[in-house]
Design a protein around this ligand. Structure first.
Ligand code: GDP
Ligand code: MG
Length: 236
């Protein structure tokens, strides 16, 4: 049993070391890194599709997509105009910093303004793995129920912003926005909550504003203009 505890500790420590390397890579290149996490189906991919369409002319953006299986979401994001590097984790329930570091090698980071990381869909494991990101976003959605902040406090406590998606469905469920905000306030006061619907477009402007503000907070001018570059493929 003692041996198992030591192993867990060393894995986390190795991830922390690699996350620190990633943080340096983002900062050296002057890019904003945003790590999105949620339960499966909350709307992370849809939010990234909308972001690609709305902010594509302003920022050079790329995505790292974490999924257990399939390239469905990566293809959706690419179709919306954002280059996407897919990590299929097999059984893995979260992305780790080593995987993200390898995926980042596909991009010329100096050509990017923002990299989004769509984490594997669940609200437990992804919260425990630092990916060196500047901002963490938890996407929640109304059909999941309003008590999720109370049930998954770690993910919400470590978030910098909460997106409450599918607000268009609030009337069709027993979801209470007031209860959701109350649970959240009990976990972390002053956490920004963006109520929106990726389906109707309601509230999306607030998300675009939040992303723009986070990018501006880096204090580095965006390089908008041309499409983001991919690194040249490695020679055989
Ligand atoms: N009604 C409604 N459906 C949405 C909204 N956003 C996403 N969806 C749908 O929810 C499902 C899951 O979305 P997806 O983006 O794949 O979730 P992910 O697993 O978190 O990436 C898809 O069928 C979307 O079309 C929304 O704001 N309202
Ligand atoms: Mg997805």
């Amino acid at each position: 049993m003692a041996k198992r505890i030591r192993l867990d500790k060393s894995i986390v420590t190795e991830n922390d070391r690699l996350a620190a390397v990633l943080a340096h890579r983002y900062d050296d290149a002057g890019i904003l890194a945003v790590n999105l996490m949620s339960s499966p189906g909350s709307g992370k991919t849809t939010l990234l599709e909308e972001t690609a369409r709305a902010l594509g002319g302003r920022f050079r953006m790329a995505c790292i997509e974490g999924d257990l299986a399939t390239d469905h979401d990566a293809r959706r994001i690419e179709r919306a105009g954002m280059p996407c590097q897919l990590i299929n984790t097999g059984g893995g329930c979260h992305l780790n910093a080593g995987q993200v570091g390898q995926a980042l090698d596909a991009y010329r980071l100096e050509d990017l303004d923002i990299v989004f990381i769509e984490n594997v869909g669940n609200l437990v494991c992804p919260a425990a793995f630092d990916l060196g990101e500047h901002r963490r976003v938890v996407v929640s959605s109304t059909p999941e129920g309003d008590d999720k902040p109370a049930k998954y406090p770690v993910a919400f406590r470590l978030a910098d912003c909460v997106v409450l998606n599918k607000i268009d469905l609030v009337g069709a469920t027993d979801f209470s926005v007031e209860a959701f905000r109350r649970y959240l306030a009990g976990i972390k006061a002053d956490l920004p909550v963006l109520e929106l619907s990726c389906k109707t477009g309601e509230g999306l402007a607030g998300w675009f504003q939040w992303v723009t503000g986070a990018r501006d907070a880096l204090g580095r001018p965006a390089r908008s203009g041309t499409r983001p570059g991919r690194a040249a493929p490695a020679k055989e």
